[in-house]
Every structure is written in structure tokens, then in C-alpha cells.
Ligand binder design. Structure first.
Ligand SMILES: CC(C)(COP(=O)(O)OP(=O)(O)OC[C@H]1O[C@@H](n2cnc3c(N)ncnc32)[C@H](O)[C@@H]1OP(=O)(O)O)[C@@H](O)C(=O)NCCC(=O)NCCS
Length: 339
């Protein structure tokens, strides 16, 4: 365990990224054979063309562990170096133990403290902020922050309003404490803002299968353990909150939208992303989107997109990257990172 430090100018840096997407592809045309929908409707309303579906024996922690291995390889750190694992997920392997503990076992991170964070689609940025607190205070030096979901296990495949939107996958980052007197680390997290509005819990939820509404022989047919969403309301709040959070995170970092090299937004709907980019005055080439391939993978969208953006050469040294998310709760968050 590292000794606590009071050095004033130390911060968290993203030193490696990794992602894992399951092999099985489910296209819009495949879905049109299951529910009354079409490729045209899904593409026009959402931008999604296909999504990945995990194998029946593939749990969230399996995907998370693979993304973590890839992020550790990218960062050049070993599993023993990892002192903290936070998994953001709403599709844990089990109620308990935490998915992070399963990841610890699978990757052999014997020195880590492990727990999960539940903030739906904002979960990765919430987890990043929690990890920052550990790292910036010197409590931990090196951490894995993972967003991983098997949303196919929560989808009602008879509900066309929701089943076309979601997919499975995992993304991970390694973050490490880097102090001013060290060579400048890449991926320095400059700011994070977070918000929640528990008055709007009803608009996006999985109402059953937990303590408020356990599954019983009487209610099982109504599928309460699947995603229920008021799409139009969710859409409006997502645009407002993601815009606000982006502006606040930029302001906190002493920057404005014109300084942004690339925005990596939560990948839920191309029209939501377009509305935010327009209001921030960001041209299309500064907006990263991969939701056409993966749909909405909740807490996984941002770390997966960040990894793909880096590997595609879309992020260069010195770039300012804006991350922004919105999800059930409602919850929202934004982070500014300088590469
Ligand atoms: C879900 C969403 C794509 C729906 O788009 P929309 O333009 O709001 O569409 P509506 O919900 O108003 O539905 C319009 C019509 O399409 C129908 N429809 C819904 N899903 C459909 C589908 N998959 N295929 C064909 N028709 C569909 C509706 O039944 C409705 O028909 P009606 O007018 O006869 O009642 C959109 O609201 C959305 O993306 N919301 C935000 C979702 C989100 O981001 N969630 C996660 C946040 S983290």
C-alpha cells in the first residue's frame, strides 16, 4: 500500500485504455424479424445499425476482465500494480460479490481493493471521479476503472421501444497518480462534474428483480426485470444535462468549447449527440461516434469509444478531450482530459 502523501500538485492520468466487444453481431434487420421494426426506423431515430450480444456463458466480469487486460497491456502495468478496481455497471454478474471482485480474481490483481459503482450510463465517469479522489489524495497510485455491461440480459426482446437501443461490451482505463515534478503524463484528468435527479427515477429503470419488487410467479410474465423507459422525456433531459455538464466541466478546467479537440459523448442516440455538438458549436469531425456498431452499452460506451478513438489516431498529445454522459437516475457527468 502506498503511503499517503500531501504533495499538492499531483493528479490522475489515464495511462492506458482497452476494450472488448463480444463477437456476436445483431443487426437491425435481425431485430426486424423479432419485433415490428425496421432498419430504416432504427437508423433514422437513433443512428444505430447493429449491436454486439454476449454469449450466454459470458458474464459482465468476463468482458470487463478482457478490457482490463488490454488496458494494462497498453499502460505497461502488471496486475500486481493495480491497487484499486472500480467497475461501473448496472448488469453485475450477481447482486454480490461485486463484479470488480470477479475481475480481480480473473486478472490476478491481488493487491487491489474492489467495488462497483451504480450510476447507469453515467457510471464510468462517476467511477473515474471516485478513483480520482483515491489517487489525487495519494491513497492509491494505480487504478483500473471499468465500464462493462451485459444489457442483453435486461432487455425485453418483445418491447420494440427499448430492445433496439442496447448492446453489450466493456471498456477500461488504467489511471495513475502523476505529480508535477514527473515527466508530463498523458491523459491528465483536469475536471469532472457530476449531477443526479432522483425525482426522475421513474423515467428510465428496471423496476423488478430486486428488493422493491422481487420476481414472483405472479409477476414474472409482465417482465418487471427488464428496461422500462420514457424515450421522449429521457431524450429531452439528456440533451439539457449533457450540455450543462459539458459547459461546467470546461469552465472548471479553465477552457471553453473552442479548446476541445474531440468530444466523446455517451453513445445512446446520434440525434442527442448532434443536438449537444450543435449547441456547443462543435463540428462533426470533433465528435466521436461508434453507436452505429454497438448501440447503447450504458457504462461501457465512453471507455470503449475512448479506446477506439485513441487507436484510430483521433487523439494526439496535447489534445483536449471532453467526455460527457447521461443515464438513469437521472444521472449525468462530464470530464475534461488533456492528452
Ligand atoms: C427511444 C427513441 C429512439 C424513440 O424515438 P422517438 O422519436 O422519441 O419516437 P417515439 O417514442 O415518439 O415513438 C414514435 C413512434 O414510433 C414507434 N416505435 C417505437 N419504437 C419503434 C421501433 N423500434 N420500430 C418502429 N417503430 C417504433 C412508437 O410506437 C411510436 O408510434 P406511435 O406514434 O404510433 O405511438 C428516442 O426517444 C430516444 O432515443 N430517447 C432517448 C433514449 C436514450 O437515450 N436512453 C438512454 C439514455 S442513457
Amino acid at each position: 500500500m502506498p503511503t499517503p502523501s500531501s504533495q499538492p500538485f499531483c493528479a490522475s492520468s489515464i495511462i492506458g485504455t482497452g476494450s472488448y466487444m463480444p463477437a456476436k453481431v445483431l443487426t437491425n434487420d435481425d431485430l426486424s424479424k423479432i419485433v415490428d421494426t425496421s432498419d430504416e426506423w432504427i437508423t433514422t431515430r437513433t443512428g444505430i445499425k447493429e449491436r454486439r450480444i454476449a454469449a450466454p456463458d459470458e458474464a459482465t466480469s468476463d468482458m470487463a476482465a478482457e478490457a482490463a487486460r488490454r488496458a494494462m497491456a497498453d499502460a505497461g502495468v502488471s496486475a500486481e500494480d493495480i491497487q484499486l478496481i472500480i467497475v461501473a455497471t448496472v448488469t453485475p454478474d450477481m447482486f454480490f460479490p461485486s463484479t470488480a471482485c470477479f475481475v480481480q480474481k480473473k486478472i490476478g490483481a491481488v493487491n487491489a481493493v474492489c467495488f462497483d459503482v451504480s450510476a447507469a450510463c453515467s457510471g464510468f465517469l462517476y467511477a473515474l471521479q471516485v478513483a480520482r479522489h483515491f489517487i489525487n489524495t495519494g491513497n492509491r497510485i494505480t487504478a483500473l476503472v471499468i465500464g462493462a455491461e451485459k444489457l442483453s440480459s435486461l432487455v425485453n426482446w418483445q418491447d420494440r421501444n427499448t430492445c433496439v437501443l442496447f448492446g453489450d461490451g466493456a471498456g477500461a482505463v488504467v489511471i495513475r497518480r502523476a505529480c508535477e515534478n514527473e515527466p508530463e503524463a498523458q491523459g491528465r484528468v483536469l475536471s469532472t462534474v457530476m449531477g443526479s435527479d432522483g425525482n426522475l427515477t421513474d423515467l428510465l429503470k428496471v423496476p423488478g428483480g430486486a428488493s422493491a419488487c422481487p420476481i414472483t410467479p405472479e409477476n414474472v410474465a409482465s417482465r418487471p426485470n427488464t428496461i422500462h423507459m420514457e424515450g421522449r422525456e429521457t431524450f429531452k433531459h439528456a440533451v439539457t444535462r449533457m450540455l450543462e455538464a459539458s459547459q461546467q466541466a470546461l469552465e472548471m478546467a479553465g477552457l471553453s468549447a473552442k479548446d476541445v479537440s474531440l468530444v466523446i459523448p455517451h453513445q445512446a442516440n446520434a440525434r442527442i449527440i448532434g443536438a449537444i455538438a450543435d449547441r456547443l458549436g462543435l463540428p462533426e469531425e470533433k465528435v466521436f461516434m461508434n453507436l452505429d456498431k454497438y448501440g447503447n452499452t450504458s457504462a461501457a460506451t465512453i471507455p470503449v469509444a475512448l479506446d477506439e478513438a485513441r487507436r484510430a489516431g483521433r487523439i494526439k498529445k496535447g489534445d483536449v478531450v471532453l467526455l460527457v454522459a447521461f443515464g438513469g437516475g437521472f444521472t449525468w457527468a462530464s470530464s475534461v482530459v488533456r492528452w
